[in-house]
Design a protein around this ligand. Structure first.
Ligand SMILES: [Zn+2]
Ligand SMILES: [Zn+2]
Length: 131
């Protein structure tokens, strides 16, 4: 049996990645760092163990967005493609070639949710990232 491999990349194509297997979790993040770094009301991430995520084309630029977290993005087009923390890599779902196959399961950091941005999905919500 072969494992699912999901490819993706940045807007301009300079960065390409592959994520292998099924993600551990998928969710919306409404934190201020995701809002500011993406310019969007929220980001949707798919959490993988680091070893299941790899760059197959290009080298990302890296920004340490907190003491533990870092954002990997394309220095040419500016797409923020992945977030890394500890032993995990979270590519942003919008950067996958087929984002439809990655459905969010929960919302985190809703304490900073932008009030006019609402998704009527009935998914569990955490004020912070307390699983
Ligand atoms: Zn790019
Ligand atoms: Zn966030």
């Amino acid at each position: 049996m072969t494992e699912t491999i999901r490819p993706g990349g940045c807007l301009c194509g300079a960065l390409r990645f592959e994520a292998t297997g099924e993600p551990i979790d998928i969710g919306w993040c409404h934190c201020r760092i995701c809002q500011r770094s993406s310019g969007a009301p929220a980001q949707v991430w798919a959490l993988y163990p680091s070893e299941a995520f790899r760059w197959i084309k290009g080298e990302p630029a890296i920004y340490a967005s907190s003491a533990e977290g870092r954002r990997e993005f394309c220095a040419t087009c500016g797409s923020q493609v992945a977030f890394r923390i500890g032993a995990y890599a979270s590519p942003n779902v919008g950067c996958f070639d087929e984002p439809d196959s990655l459905k969010p399961r929960r919302h985190i950091w809703t304490e900073s949710r932008i009030t006019w941005f609402e998704t009527p999905d009935g998914l569990p919500r955490s004020p912070r990232d307390d699983k």
